[in-house]
Design a binder for this molecule. Structure first.
Ligand code: MRU
Length: 345
């Protein structure tokens, strides 16, 4: 059983505080929407699907706690919470996708009593959570077919149980392949600056007993050149209609390296990570985080104080560099545009 990264428990949102991993396994119970927003902003909960789930539970929490005197005040309270949550992290489209689902519930039930709306919001948040569990397993089953019987794989950033409600997306594919008895060796990019690979992927893979080796992000090209690598697997925070994919900073460099070494480069994500409103990667908003995250390594100063630093949290891999996109609906090969459009509901 994968770890429970997020759940609704005792009228609160309970999460694992991922900033403490792998040294401490600390659970936080969030009882206010501002605490949920802070947890998303500071990456205590992170990964596109998990962020969406956190936002949905955040909305259920606001509804549950609301003491608004009038219906108008109740609706205004919900809308302002949705805005607070939406602004926490701009790149992962799963966040606004989940909030839109919650808003839709409010719109569809606006003429009903407040108790009914509160109940429906909780049910919708739970649906988003349970759907993600099922989606992870479907993605895992489709994606495992791409993994050879004995495979050396490179991955970037955490896309496992810690990023979803179940065993993950790209990492979930590896867990599914491992369950099928395939022999894997996973090279794990450390994922500077916040080290999701070093801290979170290594923790998850080692717990599952999957052979894995940690590498610096900049070692990926050399590893492709000198070791027999079969493919790269990464997740996504937002996929445009043409297949351009935003994912953790460093993904684009990995894709360029994979192209040079003629290695398959697979993007693995739920359909909720596809932004059907945008045609290409230039339209994807890229989160810029504090330069301090680059000047330091998890709080330890590396560079002279106030060194100018640039810290985009994501980059965009052009669709030409992507071999296939794996979703719960199956595996899509280029040209992506038409196949992705067919997934729009
Ligand atoms: O900044 P993070 O840790 O939230 O970034 C996460 C990623 O880039 C993941 O690859 C992506 O969200 C997919 S998680 C299944």
């Amino acid at each position: 059983m994968p770890v429970t990264t997020i759940e609704w428990l005792d009228k609160q949102v309970r999460i694992i505080d991922q900033t403490k991993l792998p040294h401490e396994l600390v659970y936080l119970s969030l009882s206010e929407v501002d605490a949920v927003a802070e947890a998303i902003r500071s990456l205590r909960i992170r990964g596109a699907p998990a962020i969406g789930i956190a936002a949905a539970f955040g909305m259920a929490l606001v509804a549950q706690n609301s003491k608004s005197a009038t219906r108008e005040a109740f609706f205004a309270h919900l809308e302002s919470a949705a805005e607070t949550l939406r602004k926490t992290r701009p790149t992962a489209v799963n966040l606004s996708w989940a909030l839109n689902r919650m808003r839709q519930v409010v719109a569809e039930h606006c003429d009903q009593d407040i108790a009914t709306i509160k109940k429906r919001l909780m049910e919708e948040a739970q649906s988003i959570y349970h759907e993600d569990q099922k989606i992870c397993r479907e993605i895992g089953a489709h994606g495992a077919a791409l993994i050879p019987q004995a495979a050396n794989v490179i991955t970037h950033c955490n896309t496992g149980a810690l990023a979803t409600a179940d065993f993950g997306t790209a990492l979930g594919v590896l867990f599914a392949a491992h369950d099928q008895g395939k022999k894997l060796h996973v090279y794990v990019d450390e994922t500077r600056p916040l080290l999701q690979g070093a801290r979170l992927n290594m923790w998850e893979l080692m717990q599952e007993g999957i052979p894995c080796t940690l590498i610096c992000d900049s070692a990926a090209g050399f590893v492709m050149q000198r070791r027999k690598i079969d493919c790269c697997l990464v997740g996504a925070d937002r996929i445009a209609r043409n297949g351009d994919t935003a994912n953790k900073i460093g993904t684009y460099s990995l894709a360029v390296n994979a192209k040079h070494h003629r290695l398959p480069f697979y993007v693995v994500a739920p359909v909720s990570s596809i932004d059907f409103k945008i045609t290409g990667g230039v339209q994807i908003p890229i989160e810029e985080r504090s330069p301090e995250e680059v000047r330091t390594a998890l709080g330890h100063r590396l560079a002279p104080e106030n060194s100018p630093a640039f810290n985009p949290a994501f980059d965009v891999t052009p669709h030409e560099l992507i071999t296939a996109i794996v979703t719960e609906a199956g595996i899509i090969y280029p040209p992506f545009e038409q196949a992705l459009a067919a997934l729009e509901k």
